[in-house]
Ligand binder design. Structure first.
Ligand code: ATP
Ligand code: MG
Length: 389
């Protein structure tokens, strides 16, 4: 006997008035309801635009505020595939991950409905001028709390979710803050919603490139260690209160990682801590955080600690003093990349550049047979790109 497609999903489908209302704990919203919630996708309600589409603030019928992500045309999966992936993503719940309320899948529309976070993303607050611009006081303890929270969320995705999830886009704009400044990682699992021939399109390549692990950027070698590299960059941004790249600074200070390594070698890491803290911070702890950032961004992926170890390093449960830190993996050519625009994917743009890493002597890092297809995680299965270098 045949079954309708939704009944064939692993979860329980509930019908209301002959229509699908929910699958497991995923609410299925009507397009009409989403339009009402966002005031017909009004410009005033638009709160952002990313690689996957536009984001609107909206009030749902039950009174809850939501962040409504309208996926771009490229992400039009079939209804069944889309709902299967949504069902998986919605079950991944942790206090440091943004909660998915539900979705809308009507006709050509593919829309995700998330819990709305009051205090925006780290790039629009802490990295955009901190207190003066956002009105949020990021004192040392709130920063430490954000670092530990993000580390716990990522450790959960990497080590507790089965099959594990590689986020692929850990960066300041994907860290949202609730009213208590508790961090929530957003956009995890979104790669699952992309058709197989498409990698995540980013229109702000320069901003994203600063977070990309060299082995992922160049050879498409995607493992959890690529996320750990991005986390290391983010950690240093949070402690220093600056972006990984700042062209307004003198040349030798422009790249956060280079600057951190330079100061580390001179035993002056404390100079990197945000001057906006007015000297009110635990210097030993702040330097430890910066060293953990350096451990995470080491050129060799296998030298980078796992996220659960990072959590222990951050909380002090495990010491890092005995750890030798090797030079960060830098993609210096990419850092001058001026290409912007929606045409090329992040991977395509990166792959046009040459990877120069003076510290790398590993012959395999010059391996040119680099079509990527991850068998390690279903989160990435099917996402392929090939490099031209
Ligand atoms: N759940 C949410 N609550 C509050 N604001 C949100 C939420 N989700 C997204 N936003 C806002 O929308 C903006 C755009 O998010 P979006 O994820 O589309 O783009 P991005 O993170 O800048 O880039 P990318 O597509 O590469 O992740 C965010 O910077 C944030 O300000
Ligand atoms: Mg995002």
């Amino acid at each position: 006997m045949g079954c309708s497609w939704f009944a064939c999903l692993s979860g329980e489908a509930r019908e209301v008035d002959g229509e699908i209302a929910a699958i497991d704990n995923v609410k299925i919203f009507k397009y009409r309801e989403i339009r009402q919630a966002t005031d017909d996708f009004s410009a005033e309600n638009k709160i952002g635009e990313g690689g996957f589409g536009s984001v609107y603030k909206g009030r749902l019928k039950d009174g809850k505020l939501a962040a409504i992500k309208v996926l771009s045309a490229e992400s039009r999966q079939g209804v069944k595939e889309f709902l299967t992936e949504i069902n998986v993503i919605s079950k991944i719940q942790h206090e440091n991950l943004v909660e998915l309320y539900g979705c809308c899948v009507e006709g050509i529309h593919r829309i995700l409905v998330y819990n709305f976070l009051e205090n925006n993303s780290l790039d629009k607050t802490l990295l955009a001028g901190g207190y003066t611009r956002s009105g949020i006081q990021f004192d040392w303890s709130s920063r430490a709390n954000i670092c530990v929270g993000v580390a716990k969320g990522l450790a959960f995705l990497h080590e507790e979710v089965r099959p594990h999830i590689i986020h692929r886009d850990i960066k300041a704009s994907n860290i949202l803050l609730d009213r208590y400044l508790s961090p929530k990682i957003s956009d995890f699992g979104l790669a699952r919603l992309m058709p197989p021939n498409m990698t995540h399109v980013s229109t702000r390549v320069a901003g994203t490139i600063g977070y990309l692990a060299p082995e992922y950027a160049v050879r498409g070698q995607l493992t959890r260690k690529a996320d750990i590299y991005s986390f290391g960059v983010l950690l240093m941004e949070i402690v220093s209160g600056r972006s990984n790249k700042n062209t307004r600074l003198p040349t030798e200070y422009q790249y956060l990682l280079e600057r951190a390594w330079d100061l580390y070698e001179r035993n002056e890491l404390v100079d990197l801590v945000d001057s906006g803290l007015n000297g009110i911070f635990d210097a030993e702890e702040a330097c430890r955080y910066l060293k953990i950032g350096l451990l995470c961004t080491q050129d060799s992926p296998k030298l980078r600690p796992s996220m659960s170890t990072v959590v222990k390093f951050l909380t002090g449960e495990k010491g890092i003093d005995y750890k030798k830190i090797s030079r960060p993996g830098l993609i210096s050519d990419f850092m001058d990349l001026k290409v912007r625009g929606p045409v090329a994917t992040k991977a395509e743009q990166v792959n046009r550049q040459n990877y120069t890493n003076p510290s790398s002597s590993n012959a395999s890092s010059r391996d040119h047979s680099n079509a990527y297809s991850s068998g390690a995680s279903s989160a990435n299965a099917g996402n392929t790109f090939s490099s031209t270098i």
